[in-house]
Every structure is written in structure tokens, then in C-alpha cells.
Design a protein around this ligand. Structure first.
Ligand code: FAD
Length: 330
């Protein structure tokens, strides 16, 4: 069975791995320069900064088992941090917070090993033809013909690809409204003297801040902080320039700390689709119509764990459609 997976985030990679374990080598396409999707790190001259997913949790036993494998392979480690709610400084809910090491993108790189992954390919059309599903990239070139397609792009991007081949799935994707997030990395001249490494501001434009060097296997110097604006602030100011956002959020950070940080470099990244406001919580973990399936965090619960579960569930469905059955160990 010829299977195309659109998207090499955690969902697409989990699906491709599960298919491979079941004997099917899927082709994975991603428009980005490398795999990882929203679990990426930005390279700067001062090192990498995690500007997307900050950590993840593992609640389901299957995902916990996968995390144990990744920990043994040295690509995931617990981040021993107690974020505080600011400005009160109350500790946030205790739970095991996991990160990829030495940067968030390391997990995707590990999962992608040995897969047929084609990066820098943006799929812009999925069309049913006599002999199967034909995928075309944004210049109109055909990239392949497949018996089934697994779409793992964020909901709005999935929605536009689905409009022609499956208006029904497109309507489901439209229901999983996704919210934006402006993220900023601040490289400091000297360490900040504050008694916390991560925090959830309870008001104002910031929703999250974290000291990068407090995570395992990250350098402590220079000191880098990652800031995330709230969804409401990001939505209201989505068209600001990165420079304006970096300056504004730096000031909000200074106001919160009651001291100006000495910043030597600022990087802002706009996530138009960061997390699903209304994830579908699909019982099966995926949605499908004919031979097109959708998976990803928006289909389940809007988290890294949900994305992984969704990709695995969709792959198991594809294996059963192909007659290959579940992979060994399932
Ligand atoms: C700022 C931020 C903070 C977050 N914090 C947390 C957190 O603390 N905990 C947590 O669990 N989760 C968090 N998340 C969410 C987490 O990152 C996602 O749940 C998870 O990474 C989603 O994985 P995915 O594979 O479903 O989608 P993605 O990672 O988005 O992967 C989809 C891939 O599809 C590709 N793609 C899209 N369209 C096309 C196309 N037309 N052709 C080819 N490729 C395409 C994209 O390039 C992307 O690589 C956060 C996300 C953001 C942005």
C-alpha cells in the first residue's frame, strides 16, 4: 500500500514509525527545512532557543513506554522545574515535565531516522485520479501517487488541503479553531537574579516565561529566556512586526520582574496556529473519509502526547486497511 503522510511533526513521525513497524514504508512530506513542526528550536549565534512546545507530559501508559525508550536513547529527559504563577509566586501543579535534549527538535530528528522524509516540499493539492491520490507541491509538480493519504498539518492548513477531496473532513478541521502565539527569545548579557526558572503570569500580555538554561543539557551562558504571549494578546496583535513584538514583550517581562533585563539579542516567532482552542477529542484518535485520514494534536487533545497518540492510531487504521494488521508489540 502506497501511503503519503503530510507533515513531519510528532503525529506524522509517530505514524510513519508505526507503519514501518507494520511493514509499510510511507513517504513523509514536510514544508519545513527539517522535521519537528511545532516542537522545534531556533538556531541563533548564541545557541538554540526552544520557541515552540516548551515541555510535554506523559499520562497514557503507551506514551510513557515510548518516552522511556526515548529516554534510554538519550533524546528525552525530565525537566526538574517548578513553574510559579506570577506575580504571587505560587507553585504550579506538580507534574513530570519532559523535554527533548539537547533541544526540542532532537526528538523529531530521532523519530525521523530511517524514514522516507522529504523536507522543503509543501503539498498544495490532493486530487483523486483513476489510479490513486495524486499529490502536487506548490509549483504544481506531482510528487507522487498514493493509495491513502494521512494529513497531519495544523487544522487550518489541513482544512484548505481537504476542501476539494473531502469537504466533510474540511468542515471537521474548521471546527478545531487554532489560536496564535507570539514567542520571543531574549539573550541576556548577564543572568537574571530571580528565584524561579519558569512562570505563568496571571495577567498582562505574557502567558509563559522560562529560563532556557534550567532545562537539561542546555548551556547556562549566555542566559536565554523564552517568553510566550497569551493567545488573546497574540490574536489582537498578530500583524505586528517581530521587532515590535520583541520590544513590547521584553518591556512586559521587565515590568513583571520590576527590573530591566540587559538584552543583547531578541528573536520573535509568530505561530499562527499554536494550539487548538477546540480540539476534536475524536474517540478513535483520527478522522477519516475514504482513503484520507487526519491526525494531529487538534484531532485529539491539543498536546504533544495527543499528537503522538493520534499519529499512532491513524497508522494502525491504515495497517488494518492494508491487511497488514497491527505492528509487533501492539
Ligand atoms: C508556542 C507553543 C507552545 C506549546 N506548548 C506546549 C506544551 O507546553 N505542551 C504540549 O504538550 N504541547 C505544546 N504545544 C503544542 C505542541 O507543540 C503540539 O501539540 C504538537 O507539536 C503538534 O504536533 P503535530 O504533529 O500534530 O503538528 P505539527 O507539529 O504542527 O506538525 C505538522 C507539520 O505539518 C507540516 N505542514 C503543514 N502544512 C503542510 C503542507 N501543506 N505540506 C507539507 N507539510 C505541511 C508543518 O510544517 C509541520 O511540520 C505548544 C505549541 C506551541 C506552538
Amino acid at each position: 500500500m502506497r501511503i503519503a503522510i503530510i507533515g513531519a511533526g510528532i503525529a506524522g513521525l509517530a505514524a510513519a514509525q508505526t507503519l514501518r513497524d507494520g511493514g509499510i514504508n510511507a513517504t513523509v512530506f514536510d514544508k519545513g527545512r527539517g522535521p519537528g513542526g511545532r516542537m522545534v528550536s531556533k538556531r541563533t549565534e548564541h545557541g538554540s532557543i526552544d520557541l515552540g512546545a516548551q515541555y510535554f507530559t506523559a499520562r497514557d501508559p503507551r506514551f510513557q513506554a515510548a518516552v522511556s525508550d526515548w529516554a534510554r536513547a538519550g533524546v528525552v529527559a525530565p525537566w526538574t522545574v517548578t513553574p510559579v504563577v506570577l506575580p504571587e509566586r505560587q507553585p504550579a501543579r506538580p507534574e513530570t515535565r519532559l523535554v527533548a535534549v539537547p533541544r526540542m527538535s532532537a526528538l523529531a530528528r530521532h523519530l525521523a531516522e530511517g524514514l522516507d522524509l522529504q523536507c522543503g516540499v509543501q503539498i498544495s493539492e490532493v486530487t483523486r485520479e483513476m489510479t490513486g491520490w495524486v499529490l502536487r507541491e506548490r509549483h504544481g509538480e506531482t510528487v507522487g501517487e498514493f493509495d491513502a493519504v494521512l494529513l497531519t498539518a495544523p487544522a487550518p492548513q489541513a482544512q484548505s488541503l481537504l476542501a476539494e477531496p473531502s469537504p466533510r473532513l474540511a468542515a471537521e478541521a474548521a471546527a478545531a479553531v487554532m489560536q496564535p502565539c507570539w514567542a520571543v527569545g531574549l539573550v541576556l548579557e548577564r543572568p537574571l537574579e530571580v528565584d524561579f526558572d519558569a512562570g505563568f503570569p496571571s495577567s498582562g500580555p505574557l502567558g509563559w516565561l522560562a529560563r532556557a538554561g534550567s532545562r537539561p543539557e542546555r548551556p547556562h551562558t549566555p542566559e536565554i529566556w523564552a517568553l510566550h504571549a497569551t493567545a488573546a494578546w497574540s490574536e489582537a496583535n498578530i500583524d505586528w512586526s517581530p521587532e515590535a513584538v520583541a520590544g513590547f514583550l521584553e518591556q512586559a517581562f521587565a515590568d513583571l520582574l520590576r527590573r530591566p533585563p540587559a538584552v543583547v539579542e531578541r528573536i520573535a516567532h509568530r505561530w499562527r496556529f499554536s494550539r487548538a482552542r477546540h480540539p476534536l477529542r475524536a474517540g478513535a484518535g483520527f478522522i477519516e473519509h475514504e482513503d484520507i485520514l487526519c491526525a494531529g494534536d487538534w484531532v485529539t487533545d491539543g498536546r504533544v502526547e495527543g499528537a503522538w497518540q493520534s499519529g499512532c492510531a491513524a497508522a494502525r487504521r491504515l495497517l488494518s486497511l492494508s491487511g497488514a494488521g497491527a505492528p509487533a508489540g501492539e
